[in-house]
Design a binder for this molecule. Sequence first.
Ligand code: NAP
Length: 483
Amino acid sequence: MVSRVIPVEDFDLVIFGGTGDLARRKILPGLFRRFLAGQMPKGARIIGAARSELDDAGYRKMVDEAIGEFGGVDAKRADLDAFLAQLHYITVDARGTDGWSELHDLIRFDLVNAFYFSVAPSLFGDLAERLHDYKIADDDSRIVVEKPFGRDLETAQALNNTLAQHFDETQIYRIDHYLGKETVQNLMAVRFGNLLFEPLWNNHYIDHIQITVAETVGVEGRGAYYDQAGAMRDMVQNHLMQLLCLIAMEAPSVFDADAVRDEKLKVIRALQEPAPHHIVRGQYDASKTAPGYREEAGNPQSHTESFIALRCEIANWRWAGVPFYLRTGKKLKARSSEITVVYKDIGHSIFPGDEKRHRNILRIQLQPNEGMELQVTIKEPGPGGMRLIDVPLDMTFAEALGPDAEDSTDAYERLIMDVIRGNQTLFMRGDEVEAAWRWTDPIIEGWQRRGDVPKLYDQGTTGPEDALMLLHREGRRWQGIKE
Ligand code: NAP
């Protein structure tokens, strides 16, 4: 198959926080994989920037080690050296004057330049201000910002306002790496590139939709941050909300950044606040061998949730009456992210003796493996009458598409290349982020008002029993985590 990847022009990409965890684990190894794929032009430069006193050689050594640890590729020395030669480093203090004039002198203003803010959000304002004061960024520059994008509506608005003082919305790329996943984009292709799905994609034919993002890890080293956030802020407000938007949105008139984001925004605005009895919060308990959430988070009194399951509805013509069940948690029995679209029963069976309820189920798996399958009902092969069975139809079409079907491009690297290309479609717009907080804030305030305490759950399970009941009492069951 001929690859039709749009090539990128030469660029300068400055990574503020270029020595940090995210840069070493995700951004730089991702860029190296793009280099290996032939997508990094020879004239492109990556400039690490942080306070640490390093020179180019020291930075290249650090990145070399990071790629060895996190790169996930068995690279040839010559390739590594060629990539490292495109790296530079500059010592910069986001809050001071050090390094900024040198950075100005390094940047090539006739090329695309992008600035990745891979630092704490409290430094975003300082960086934005200095990029302008030192005339490093201009109207064509792009900035990339990471979650958490605020911790409530007020802080998100403050962040947006700070960035807006120096950059136009068309220059700001807010990353949610879930949107960079191949399968998430394939979901849009399936929905809007076929006639087969869209006519049935509504409350006449769909019984309910589930979104599960289950992790086996606990809070680990992020305890201090996580205890101030919880699953609602850390996962639901951003990742699950974004997936919900792509599943539920109307067809944009064209696949471009603002048309797609306008449709996503309408979904968030139509999302109803769940009733308190439609929300289950949980916290993982200590086991015989492993500490519980409170010990890991270092807060013995913590009421922060490490698990949440909720049922909500979207108040519009397409979705009225269709429950959307969202669930995410830590220390669960499997690592699994899945969107499950459960169609209604066929209603009447013409096959005598066939007692089973047959329904189509579309499973969109994001982790641990990406893929899409549609459960269909067929005749069980062989003689002996009409016996029906439900079988999965693989919609990743690995055989038909060859090696490209197993594109291992990590979401981060895909998104960074979109920044260079100037394509904002898979990035969150400021008003989307604010609308998501507008939905999230009253729910969290409700817990605080009522003194809500999360239910304890055993590690290695699917979360609190009540989360199962959320569906059981409506005659449904969770699908996302393989038993
Ligand atoms: P980190 O490991 O603490 O790294 C922070 C980086 O910022 C370091 O390179 C640090 O280098 C630099 N820095 C700190 N103060 C600075 C200053 N005054 N001027 C210039 N540079 C400064 O943090 P991280 O985990 O990489 O996270 C970075 C951002 O990404 C955060 O907003 C985080 O919430 C977000 N994020 C991270 C992950 C992840 O997996 N790590 C995932 C999602 C989002 P020096 O000390 O040398 O200055």
